[in-house]
Design a protein around this ligand. Sequence first.
Ligand code: UDP
Ligand code: MG
Length: 315
Amino acid sequence: MPCYNEEQVLRRTHDRLGHALRDLPHEIVYVDDGSTDGTWPLIRDLIAETPADTPGHVVRGVRFSRNFGHQAAAVAGLAEATGDAVVLMDADLQDPPELIPSMTEQWFKGWSIVSARRATRHGETRLKKSTAYLYYRLLARLSDQPVALDTGDFRLLDRKVVDFVTSLGEKELFLRGAISWTGYPETSIAYERDARGAGTTKYTLRKMLALSRTGILSGASALPLRIPTCLGAASLVGASAALARGNVRQAARFGSFGAQSLACGVLGEYLIGVFRQVQDRPPYLVMERTDSHRSTDSHRGTGAQAPLARVKEWA
Ligand code: UDP
Ligand code: MG
């Protein structure tokens, strides 16, 4: 759970989380993303209040040296967590902890990714709701992989997805994009998104714009870089049409713009190649293996059998 200046709400979140998870062995990892209020002392208090001798009920805290942003804190939390499945959630009670047992149930059924889809959003400005609505749809249109609509970072991830995402090492990671990119079996649960428990949003407009940019860029979409190619090609068609009509001046104007735009498009194509290479995602992910000597290695694929066994052992 990434926390940035959440002292007003964190204790309530902690209590509700503890109540929702009372029957599930769990570990709570708070990542303090460089808070300047009393968030870190509060996390220390919550840890001090947790009995050290209850196996399966652990609370841990990690503190950043400064504010690195929500995505960085989320990845740090995933890297710190040791469970067979990890749930990523906000600290402000907009992600209801009571949903976690249902998410876990879906995981037991074999889903590797269980995302929580916002059926309704309360307590958010009309501007935020409409920009989020449009942005999710734009992202889905631009991305090469399917993007779950109206789904934030509140989701359960199987260990193999967590391992993959934390091993990527991308400097500008867009978590949701990377998670969908894996292609592991994903399902979703609809929920009502409440208003913030207390305090104000920590996602400033600047942070939101930066996240949107990262989403489109690392969503591995080459489309924006192809805009000059499309414009250039259209202009050259316009130039030919103008020439056919005998309008030489217009043809020259269209032609010179088209040529420049196409040249940019060529650079764009190389940039796409360089970007993909630098991003360095593996060319494929194997989900299951089988051969004539062994039975199907299914738990590696579905994440269902091994975790269940371990949870039972632990509980
Ligand atoms: N957050 C963070 N670092 C930041 C901004 C936000 O760790 O720089 C955390 C914040 O504490 C919360 C989550 O990210 O747990 C989502 O932030 P917020 O609820 O303010 O965003 P909103 O729901 O308004 O989009
Ligand atoms: Mg929030």
